[in-house]
Ligand binder design. Structure first.
Ligand SMILES: Cc1cc2nc3c(=O)[nH]c(=O)nc-3n(C[C@H](O)[C@H](O)[C@H](O)COP(=O)(O)O)c2cc1C
Length: 361
């Protein structure tokens, strides 16, 4: 058509981006509404402070840390950044009330409750302490329930994500939940590797995004070099869902890069199922053997570097991770890509002189 993009387009697009995620930025108190999704063993003081210092919002993964270990991690993170960050608590943790108290005593501003439906008592304890509560939801009905129970923001995470996942894709969850939930900010997670995708979900009504896989190869991330190499080499199709061989013995759905451990896990299931069928093993014993197979496996891969037998939890966006680089560069590129995507979709157009002349005739 001969239209040319005006020079003001990128500036206008940046302003548009700021408008699109203004609610998310205000909620988080960060420059960009990009949450660094908590990753067990990896989201420690170093990665979290690097994400927050680069304008995003880092989140400490409490995982199985004790209250005193969490206390140390929060204090160390405050030493490394003056920017806001959050803490991710797993609701099944036996010391949940004590962990919440630790966050409150340390002046943590935001807590994300993960790993199942958050108990009303935990939400109440956090709100009484003046802490903003984020909760995960895999379905619209639960999203509505969580909003009614007082959570301040929601994270919807699709099955493209790395780690423990739900059954529905990010794009479908976004279509179901974003138009229906307006009372609280909603952050979209799962499969986001470029700024174009951030712009897309913001355009669909998200207040921001959460990303995990994209930050694993950050220079500031403590992951073992072999774990990072596996990410750099990995393609989207390599990040597969844990296989369940028999509906009698459920397997927790986890997305990770396929390795020798993945094959041995299938063998283990075959072995214990055969024993149950032969009457030499009880069903509860078989279930326990299946559940224990991956115990400690993320740590083995991510920290010890055993990428053959450990669990290399990774999302499908792993194919977009091509090198190790500082968090600030990752975030700067995401912003550039988001701005470029917005500029090309809402570009200010001016007709070329030939078209103007044709119009005048
Ligand atoms: C290695 C790894 C470990 C993770 N550990 C946790 C965790 O401990 N708690 C949690 O709520 N989510 C965890 N997640 C999910 C992330 O917080 C985030 O929601 C997810 O990575 C977003 O999808 P993406 O991987 O496609 O970016 C983990 C993800 C990865 C890749």
């Amino acid at each position: 058509m001969g239209w040319t993009m005006s020079d003001e387009a990128p500036v206008a697009a940046l302003e548009q981006l700021n408008r699109l995620w203004d609610r998310g930025r205000a909620f988080l108190g960060s420059d960009y509404a990009i949450l660094g999704g908590a990753m067990s063993w990896l989201s420690d003081r170093h990665l979290v402070s690097a994400i927050s210092n680069a304008g995003g919002f880092g989140v400490i993964a409490c995982g199985s840390l004790s209250p005193s270990q969490l206390d140390t991690e929060i204090a160390a993170t405050f030493d490394l950044t003056g920017r806001p960050f959050g803490v991710n608590l797993i609701t099944m943790h036996p010391d949940l009330p004590q962990l919440i108290k630790t966050c409150a005593d340390r002046g943590v501003s935001h807590v994300a409750l993960a790993g199942g439906i958050p108990p009303a008592s935990a939400i109440g304890q956090l709100k009484d302490a003046g802490i903003r509560v984020l909760a995960f939801t895999p379905a619209l009905a639960l999203a509505k329930r969580l909003v009614r129970s007082g959570v301040d923001a929601l994270v919807i995470e699709g099955m493209e994500a790395g780690g423990h996942i739900g059954p529905v894709s990010t794009s479908v969850l976004a279509q179901e939940i974003l138009p229906a939930i307006r009372d609280v900010p909603v952050f979209v997670a799962g499969g986001i590797g470029r700024g174009d995708a951030i712009a897309m979900y913001l355009g669909a009504g998200a207040s921001g995004v959460q990303m995990g896989t994209r930050f694993v190869c950050a220079t500031e991330c403590v992951a073992h070099p072999k774990f990072k190499q596996a990410f750099v080499r990995g393609h989207a199709r390599d990040a597969v869902l844990s296989v369940q061989l028999d509906p009698r013995f459920p397997v927790i759905p986890v997305r990770a890069l396929a390795n020798k451990g993945t094959h041995l896990f299938a063998e283990k299931q075959r072995e214990v199922i055969a024993k149950v069928d032969a009457g030499t093993l009880s069903a509860p014993e078989a279930q326990l053997a299946i559940e224990r197979f991956w115990a400690g496996a993320l740590r083995r891969a991510a920290i010890d570097g055993d990428v053959e037998l450990g669990s290399i939890m990774a999302g499908q966006s792993v194919g977009l991770v091509t090198k190790e680089e500082p968090v600030a560069e990752i975030i700067a590129r995401l912003i550039d890509e988001a701005v470029a995507a917005i500029a090309s979709s809402t570009r200010t157009v001016t007709p070329s002189s030939r078209e103007q002349a044709a119009f005048m005739r």
